[in-house]
Write a protein that binds this ligand. Structure first.
Ligand code: PEP
Ligand code: MN
Length: 363
């Protein structure tokens, strides 16, 4: 069949073979000159595989720049003609898909504000039935792994063969350091559940600022992510959207050059066996930790019985504050971060409260 031939001939862009896959380009296409100049300079770095540009911009609040719309698509086509780089564009509606296909856009991406809505995702998946085009799916803005996986499944069911995921962080009230918290455990669990889907990190939307892009991108590489999507603009400070996080193509090129790339060596028995001994040690420490926690909970339940018999509340605020203070001092002495130890001790405390509630209910 003719479509099989097209399939055979088409280059695979979202592959686990090349690491990292680098996608870069402006947050938004603004003018023809800006798109062409960004494309030319990004290509010149020699570090970028795929050119991105936002054509329709889903903005959180009205009144911000909402993208140039269809007239930006021919500018992207020109970047492809000039540089040979495939082009990716965000789509949020079926009509966006039609426009992208009419202008030979090579890869579509689904934004975080779309992934969050199964109706919208299904509309896009339906519009793509029988269309052979790769699709990248950003994580939803809320930390909900099932929604993200569900969006991927909708495209798989529509017959899309080449699918990638983009980790762009999760919004959170009051977050200061990151614009969107990375919550690395979510993409890592995604990678465990869907190991064949390439995972691309988007440090630009996680950081929301330039000074920590390198550290976040490097962390993604260290966690065996397959690629990076980074926003780049010829005049970042004057960009019409996401100005604070964009970098020039030259800074981008340097950033990729400076990345330390490591191998997982999963297929190399020698490298794996060298760390085997240490892994066994970790396993037995984990077993011990779980035993200790179980012993702690036995004592917790005994205290629960005493509180019940003496009509005392489960939560004893002063006692709890003392535990936190004591743990902080112990953590500092043991070289553990205060942030970690507070999270850890809070998790234990929550379980202790649950256990005592069960005792109160006679379970
Ligand atoms: C973007 O990539 O410019 C964008 C709008 O991203 P997100 O969907 O991650 O907010
Ligand atoms: Mn952006």
């Amino acid at each position: 069949m003719a479509t099989d031939k097209v399939q055979e001939k088409r280059q695979t862009w979202l592959t686990k073979e090349k690491k990292p896959i680098v996608i870069a380009g402006p947050c938004s296409a603004e003018t023809e000159e800006q798109v062409l100049e960004t494309g030319r300079r990004i290509f010149k770095t020699g570090k970028v595989d795929i050119f991105r540009a936002g054509i329709w911009k889903p903005r959180t609040r009205p009144g911000s720049f909402e993208g140039v719309g269809v007239k930006g698509l021919p500018w992207c086509q020109k970047v492809k003609a000039l540089t040979g780089m495939p082009i990716t564009v965000e789509v949020a509606k079926a009509s966006h898909i039609d426009a992208c296909l009419a202008f030979d856009i090579d890869i579509l991406w689904i934004g975080a504000r779309t992934t969050v809505n199964p109706f919208a995702v299904q509309e896009l998946a339906d519009a793509l039935k029988g269309v052979d085009i790769p699709v990248l799916v950003k994580n939803p803005i809320n930390p909900d792994l099932a929604l993200w996986l569900g969006a991927i499944e909708r495209f798989q069911k529509s017959g899309i063969k080449e699918i990638g995921a983009i980790h762009r962080g999760f919004s959170n009230l009051g977050e200061k350091y990151y614009r969107n918290r990375p919550q690395w455990q979510i993409p890592l669990e995604f990678m465990r559940r869907m190991p064949d889907i390439p995972m691309i990190n988007d440090p630009s939307h996680i950081c929301g600022r330039r000074d920590i892009l390198q550290e976040v991108g490097q962390k993604a590489m260290d966690l065996d992510f397959d690629g990076l999507m980074i926003e780049s603009h010829i005049d970042p400070d004057n960009a019409l959207s996401d100005a604070k996080q964009q970098i020039t193509p030259e800074v981008l090129g340097q950033m990729i050059t400076d990345m330390v790339l490591r191998e997982d060596y999963e297929d190399e028995p020698i490298k794996q066996s060298e760390i085997q001994y240490l892994r066994q040690e970790i396993n037995s420490i984990d077993d011990e930790l779980i035993n200790l926690l179980s012993n702690r909970m036995k004592v917790v339940r005994e205290i629960g019985t005493y509180k019940k018999n003496n009509n005392m509340t489960i939560l004893q605020q002063k006692r709890w504050n003392d535990i936190i203070e004591k743990s902080k001092i112990q953590a500092a002495k043991s070289g553990l971060s205060e942030e970690f130890i507070i999270k850890f001790i809070n998790a234990i405390h929550n379980e202790s409260i649950d256990q005592q509630e069960q005792v109160f209910k006679g379970k």
